[in-house]
Design a protein around this ligand. Structure first.
Ligand code: GLA
Length: 731
């Protein structure tokens, strides 16, 4: 059993294939964390050091309990599982509670537990699910506070084969009064010693998920989003690593939040050089009053541990997201090669242009034409019409249904852009229902891209969105939806809500309810998540949208950095990447078409250009790219991914190895060339030892061990942005 409980020592042990996680119940009912690290037998209780310390308080649940006498047993420094405010622990808590009179504090005490086979699910929230053979188990622990009649159910999910442990918590009011949660987070890892670096993925629109690494010093480092969305600015994925950890050396722990709204990760080093790593809901606009019998679920955090560097963290997370977060019809299916109209025409689309585009696309080998923004009435710019999802027959030259039929007749499937969570002030929807948008009464709202956010915590709004989408899907043969979301949420006011501090959380539950209903009614429709590119690139969205537009930045060189950062947590199969035209529309850079192809073949592949403007030669090259992608698609989307260099070095190299190790694909791009460059050697990893591999382009044969030791000499690349890609096969 991956989860065991030792009655005598009151110790819980959670085991995965390569890791062990352990904690105990102390004599007074507090949960003390003992260990999360490489797989190990035994009890780690001796690792706890207790000594009396000045200014460190103690308490016991009864005056004469051992804990209340023992000056050396203070939660000020003991490592904990579920730290709460008001216990003498002055580090950052997972839970802050205020009672009806405004008093802070809530001591929690162990009440009971249950170990069962199978992975728990969460009501209304996405979560890791198990597949047969995963051998998953759940540990549920109930903690109680008698004064408030408050209980916390802490949930642990253990997926041993995947080396994954998940956490969540459900807080319930079982009394007659009420109280308010001012903070609720999902997971905490305490370390009694160690020198760590924090690795996080920061960015901005069109430059998401940039790798950042820094040493953790005293104080708190907060990685968060207060934007009501997981955000371009920070990703809800953080790694804590040994100071000397590398791709394939050193201990690392990661947390990923399975949630698409605001989040907060905090990593702090305390007075005794101990480290706390925690993650959960953003608390700035959170103030959640629980009425009698009400409860709230903290979204899930996925944790994994590696004793051999970041690579193993990535492999664990990739597998978990691919098979245990993504789900449904498209999870294991080859994704269509897409041609999207946005960078080709922006708002200036027409039926004729789209039909011409479809004819070209068919010749090139594209599978699906995506009609991006601009297809509905009054949508000729960013100022109008979001919320009014009526096709513009004048612009399209016919009704949408007929246009889709004509494109289908050319031999392509059709996808459609939608931004259902938004409303333009200048729209019929807003004129009819001004109270459906987040606008504080008697105040001018903050607009962004000229638009407002609809109040998805309101059931009438959710119904309107679903009715509008279902009407389109019922009449039109749409096979894909690009689900966009183009602003952050700033002010929050719901006309329908009794408690404004609950609205942001309920907005996200509303979003999941809508997406879940579309998935259920139209399981074969592929939804691609998007938020001005990758502003909501998170595991929550991935449960409903098995691929996400990685960034609005389609420049191949900037994408090296964006995709490098993205790859730490997210697999290629969920990362949508397209080839666009040059000079690039976001940064003006001119790169070879071959390099654009190699870089975009890092995931769900497609194009974002007007094929009518391509030369004959470019059309042939694109045809060849698409057939190459289709032949490599499996190794790219299902293979093991290795980062062979950081793009800020002389070269950017990455590799995919097929699961059976019979093939590997090596990709290299030179972001910047220099005079008289040293020869570049790229050292692959993950090959079958003691074998030989043939480079399928040159026929040359290499011994796998020597290749993994000395590296592969690249041909001489003479220009900025040049690239090469080689497929090797086992001999
Ligand atoms: C966002 C998306 C783009 C495009 C536009 C349309 O910016 O990221 O790809 O769909 O919206 O308005």
């Amino acid at each position: 059993m991956p989860i065991t409980y030792d009655e005598q020592h009151r110790i819980f042990t959670l085991n995965t294939r390569n890791s062990t996680y352990q904690f105990m119940i102390d004599s007074d009912g507090n949960l003390l964390h003992l260990y999360y690290g490489r797989k190990s037998d035994g009890f780690m209780k001796n690792f706890l050091h207790e000594q009396p310390r000045a200014f460190s308080g103690v308490f016991g649940y009864s005056q004469d309990s051992q804990a209340s006498q023992d000056e050396s047993h203070s939660l000020d420094y003991l490592p904990q599982e579920f730290p709460v405010q008001g216990t003498g622990d002055f580090r950052s808590p997972l839970l802050i509670v205020r009672d009806e009179f405004g008093t802070f504090g809530c001591k929690l005490r162990y009440d009971s537990h249950e170990i069962r086979s199978g992975k728990y699910a969460l009501n209304g929230l996405p979560a890791v699910y198990e597949n047969s053979g995963d051998n998953a188990s759940t540990l549920e622990i109930i903690l109680r506070n008698d004064r408030l009649n408050l209980s916390v159910k802490i949930l642990y999910g253990v997926l041993p084969e995947l080396d994954i442990i998940t956490r969540s918590a459900i807080v319930k009011n079982s009394g007659h009064g009420k109280f308010t949660l001012e903070k609720l987070q999902s997971a905490c890892l305490d370390f009694t010693h160690g020198n760590f670096d924090v690795i996080n993925f920061q960015g901005r629109h069109a430059m998401e998920r940039q790798f950042e690494r820094r040493e953790l010093l005293h104080g708190s480092l907060v990685i968060d989003s207060r934007r009501g969305m997981s955000s371009h600015q920070s990703n809800p994925f953080v790694i804590l690593a040994d100071h000397n950890a590398t791709e394939n050396f050193g201990r690392c722990w990661s947390m990923m939040f399975v949630y698409s709204g605001g989040f907060k990760a905090e990593i702090s080093r305390d007075q005794y050089d101990q480290t706390r790593f925690q993650m959960g809901l953003e608390d700035e606009k959170f103030s959640y009053t629980l009425e009698p019998n009400e409860e709230i679920t903290a979204p899930e955090v996925i944790m994994t541990f590696s004793s051999s560097g970041f690579e193993k963290i990535s492999h664990n997370m990739h597998d978990c997201i691919r098979k245990n977060i993504c789900r449904g019809f498209w999870r294991d299916k080859a994704r269509p090669v897409i041609l999207n109209s946005w960078e080709a025409f922006y708002f200036d689309i027409s039926g004729e242009k789209l039909l011409e585009m479809a004819r070209y696309a068919k010749k090139l080998g594209v599978d699906m034409l995506v009609i991006d923004d601009g297809w509905f009435i009054n949508r000729n710019d960013e100022l109008h019409a979001l919320g009014d999802w009526t096709p513009d027959e004048k612009k399209l030259g016919m009704n949408l249904e007929s246009l889709v039929k004509k494109i289908n007749a050319i031999g392509l499937d059709v996808g459609l852009w939608l931004e259902p969570e938004m409303v333009s002030e200048n729209s019929n929807l807003y004129r009819e229902h001004p109270d459906w948008a987040f606008v504080i009464p008697n105040e001018n709202p903050t607009k962004s891209r000229h638009q407002l956010v609809l109040d998805l915590s309101n059931r009438d709004v959710r119904k309107y969105i679903l009715d509008s989408i279902f009407a389109i899907l019922a009449s039109t043969n749409v096979k894909y939806i690009k689900w966009d979301y183009n602003r952050s949420i700033s002010e929050v006011y719901s006309h329908a809500a009794k408690n404004q501090g609950k609205v942001l959380y309920e907005y996200i539950l509303g979003l999941y309810e809508i997406l879940g209903k579309i998935n259920a009614k139209y399981p074969e429709i592929l939804i691609e998540g998007c938020s001005g590119g990758g502003g909501r690139f998170d595991a929550g969205m991935l449960q409903y949208t098995p691929q996400i537009w990685c960034s609005d930045n389609t420049d191949a060189i900037d994408r090296l950095y964006i995709q490098y950062g993205t790859s730490f947590a997210y697999p290629a199969s969920v990362t949508a990447a397209h080839v666009s035209t040059c000079p690039n529309h976001q940064n003006g850079r001119i790169t070879p078409l071959s390099t654009r192809g190699i870089v975009a073949m890092t995931g769900a592949f497609g194009y974002e250009l007007d094929p009518a403007k391509l030369s004959e030669h470019e059309q042939l090259e694109i045809q060849a790219q698409i057939s190459r992608y289709k032949s490599l698609r499996e190794i790219i989307t299902d293979g093991l991914y290795y980062r062979l260099s950081n793009p800020s070095e002389n070269f950017c190299a990455w590799e995919y190895v097929s699961r059976d190790k019979r093939e590997f694909l090596l990709n290299v791009v030179i972001p910047q060339n220099h005079g008289n460059m040293p020869r570049i050697y790229v050292t692959p990893r993950g090959l079958e030892p003691g074998k030989f591999y043939r480079n399928t382009s040159t026929g040359e044969i290499y011994a796998s061990d020597a290749l993994m030791d000395s590296g592969f000499a690249l041909p001489v690349l003479r220009h900025d942005f040049e690239s090469c890609a080689y497929l090797f096969e086992i001999v």
